[in-house]
Design a protein around this ligand. Sequence first.
Ligand code: NAD
Length: 320
Amino acid sequence: MDLDSLNGGHGVVTGAAGFLGSHLCDRLVGHGARVTAIDNFITGRTDNVGHLVGTDGFNLVSYDVTNFLHVPGEVDFILHFASPASPVDYLRWPIQTLKVGALGTHKVLGLARAKGARFMLASTSEVYGDPLVNPQPETYWGNVNPVGPRGVYDEAKRFAESLTLAYHRAHGLDVRISRTFNTFGPRMAVNDGRAIPAFFKAALCNEPLPVFGDGSQTRSLCYVDDQIEGLLRLLVSDYIGPVNIGNPEEVTMLELAEAVQDVVGTRPGVQFLPLPTDDPRVRRPDTTLAERELGWKAQVPLRDGLERTMPWFREQLGVA
Ligand code: NAD
């Protein structure tokens, strides 16, 4: 398959009203696919896909995918992106997070099996937990605390990966697994607690940027357009996965705070806050596999991505 093969196909996207799901819908519709977009709006917003409603072949359905799931007609591929994804969200909805990773993934795999559709799971770099190797290759099994507060997300995704491969091995289901690393861009929720929205919000309001711990922990941040391109390439590839999709440009939180202040053009400084439990100390994808199997690597440097993202936060915060 290649991206042109999406033209005329019918895809189901769960979590379609979220940050990544809505960008995926845009690209799929742009490639001429028909899209059934499913979301229960626990963290997503209709605004994210409002511009697509009324487009030929785009159908938005309000539904909780932890329940029995039926979609009429043929389905060619399913992108399972439903899940609270930011720490603020999954700590607020711990049981819903475990349910959508476990029961939701089971229901969506069942739909894929019934339709003979290709199934892609949105997994995460959080399966690596607080990693003991850096960068993280797909072969690393991770260092996750199953009983810590973050375990609700990390373990749900680890279970979802395992269930996806069980369906592949037991039923021959055609599956793909992405391991998405931190991604940012327009349509991120301003108050989702992740570093980039929090830093933009503070810098645009000229208030100190909230930095956890001493700010020496690292993250590697991927611009959303790069991420979506990687995900779609994985979808149409022959490689089952898991495949890391992320930008290996690694920065400390203090460096990120500097970069956001540079881009915004204010200098309120930072305030240090207690480090959350089990916060990963380092995070960086080894993208060798994606480069080899998908011919993909991130193109947008962090600084460019921040510049492209700033107008979104200005608009959301009503800051001129
Ligand atoms: P998001 O919160 O913006 O989107 C998730 C969407 O799923 C929301 O619209 C939410 O309402 C929906 N949802 C949650 N539970 C549901 C349910 N039971 N039934 C139907 N819909 C449900 O988050 P996002 O950042 O767009 O993340 C999307 C996916 O990508 C998630 O699975 C997440 O784990 C994965 N991911 C994201 C990142 C990132 O950096 N954004 C990194 C790694 C993995």
